[in-house]
Design a binder for this molecule. Structure first.
Ligand SMILES: [Zn+2]
Length: 405
């Protein structure tokens, strides 16, 4: 959004314009000031002023480049200056904490994968804070100026306040993760649901880049979805993501950590899928899986080799997810649906099962042109956190803090 010459809060206009200029330099650099002015729809004088501030703060730099439009002497263009700025991107998963140091181009500088067992008696928040302190001590020699911290995790999160309300796997309640880290570090701290942040990462650098209406479904240790509608991630700043994982599929089903029974997550999360495989194997002796350890890789491999039990389990997951997706298609009319799952190893079985549900159960006009694809990133690593920082630079909120020093 570009705002110039309109009534409004002056700081907010400055923030939005600075973010827009920064984004354009990131996406089109090296780019001349004239080209920036056209693309940002801002007056040359405004561009000069914003660029001067960004140059002084060492957030952008000038470079000579050959403008393809004009022959002769090289032109002076602007590119980002990213190496002197670092941020922490962290991810809490089932049993692990990944901590990474990245520069502002999202390039990885250092990364540690640490155990985070669910049954440790030390309080959860103390453990996270301790691991982060130790991480910075271990990598102190590589550390440039720190700009922010971004942490993504599964669970129910009040993203606006940075509070973890509830999590699967860890018995925690109302953990003030964001405020605690912000107080200790003096930095902006972003806390977000990992699926919401992953959806943003795919739209910034991944499989949904350039698409304005996307549903991204994750079937993994947890189950949920992110929605991009009109180019914006739905519920971006609020307390919730699209909780399809906690939609009831079977009213007599297993109890879920959210307090309800028979949620999609209790049927379609990897743990529950593997448990179902075990149950079925106890009464079937014809399966390839009888001779193998039970794992997602072996399940998908057996399914790909035509094993009836394995195929049946994966098709069942596709149908349960597909039923919910059919409703979401009618609500959001997406151009693209992304599936992020280790079950994508059997996508030739999983995707048609999902697609046939969508085609049978949603409006034909909405479902006929949908592209169903895998996500580009996998459900680990810290790119989702990186996307939160990139987003805060693009919308200007973090950028203005860096400009103020
Ligand atoms: Zn639930």
């Amino acid at each position: 959004m570009i705002v110039e010459g309109q009534p409004g809060h002056i700081d907010q206009i400055k923030q939005i314009n600075a973010g827009t200029v920064y984004r354009l330099i990131d996406q089109f650099g090296p780019i001349s000031r004239i080209e920036l002015s056209k693309r940002a729809q801002l007056a040359p004088a405004s561009i000069t002023k914003i660029v001067r501030e960004l140059l002084q703060a060492h957030l952008v730099q000038e470079t000579e480049y050959q403008d393809p439009g004009c022959r002769g002497r090289p032109a002076v263009g602007l590119i980002l200056d990213t190496q002197a700025w670092h941020y922490l991107s962290a991810r809490i998963n089932l049993g692990t904490l990944t901590l990474s140091l990245r520069d502002l181009s999202s390039k990885l500088v250092a990364e540690d994968l640490l155990p985070l067992p669910a049954d440790d008696p030390e309080p959860f928040l103390d453990r996270i804070v301790g691991h982060i302190d130790q991480f910075f001590i271990r990598h102190a020699r590589k550390l440039e100026r720190l700009t922010a911290m971004a942490i993504t995790l599964p669970g129910m999160i009040d993203a606006a306040r940075g509070i973890i309300l509830k999590m699967p796997f860890y018995p925690v309640e109302a953990v003030p993760l964001g405020p605690t880290l912000a107080k200790r570090s003096g930095l902006p701290v972003f806390v977000q649901h990992d699926i919401a942040a992953w959806t943003k990462a795919e739209s910034l650098y991944g499989a949904s880049r350039g698409f304005r209406n996307v549903i991204q479904v994750v079937i993994d240790d947890n189950v949920g979805a992110g929605v991009i509608t009109g180019g914006q991630v739905l519920h971006n700043r609020s307390s919730s993501v699209v909780e399809i994982g906690h939609t009831q599929v079977d009213p007599y089903g297993k109890r879920c950590y959210c307090g309800n029974h028979g949620c999609l997550e209790t049927l379609a999360s990897i743990d529950n899928i593997l448990e179902l495989v075990k149950q079925r194997l106890s009464v079937a002796n014809q399966s390839l899986l009888n001779a193998l350890p039970i794992s997602v890789e072996n399940l998908c491999d057996a399914a790909n080799r035509g094993d009836a039990l394995a195929r049946d389990v994966i098709i069942g997951v596709g149908q349960n997810v597909g039923r919910i997706l059919a409703i979401m298609v009618n609500l959001f009319n997406p151009e693209k649906i992304l599936i992020g799952s280790p079950l994508n190893l059997s996508k030739t079985i999983l995707f048609p099962a999902i697609m046939s549900c969508i085609q049978q159960q949603s409006l034909p006009a909405y479902s006929e042109n949908i592209q169903l694809e895998s996500t580009q990133f996998f459900n680990h690593g810290t790119m989702p956190g990186a996307a939160l920082v990139k987003d805060a630079l693009y919308n200007g909120s973090l950028l203005v803090k860096l400009l103020q020093g």
